[in-house]
Write a protein of this length. Sequence first.
Length: 201
Amino acid sequence: MTPRSQLIWLLAAVALLAGLCLPSRGATYYVATSGSDGAAGSVGAPWSTWTHAATQVAAGDTVLIQPGVYDDGATIALTVSGTSNAPITWRANGGVTNLEWVSLQSAWNVVDGITSVGPGYLVRNSANYCTITNCWAYDITAGGGFAFFDGNAAGPGSAAGHITIINSGLNRITSGGGPTTGINIDGHDHLIQGFSFANGF
């Protein structure tokens, strides 16, 4: 093999390794209160609900949720997993208020910038390596709270692990004296950083 051929092979190998190390870039989808779940999910033809978006995404995808108030009418189940280098990201693209529980049921999902009113997040045993960041829950009603982790009779090692909650918080109890919860933690190896409690907590 000539020196020139060796150089070409070396450069090809470096390019391949660089591609393996870089985060995967998936599709970007959009949800808007003016959208339709029969649309394409594009910026010009957004979907209308998180619930529908959650059935369409794959590892590496990003869902940009346009400003508005969202009420899907039932718990929003995030059941599709991302991967370590290709998480699924749910990001507020402006002021977004959600009125339903968000149930994290799969791994490597990121929720960013959402304001919840009343309920918050359910962290299921299968929701490993998920992140909730820049999210707030307001006007917590009886039985509500920011995050509820599934317990597991087999012990913490069988519950969700490596959950990150950063730069988030709770504000205002409106339960009329009923029970509320800030964060009910189970599982292992979690990181909670920069979390704030205000007005009743």
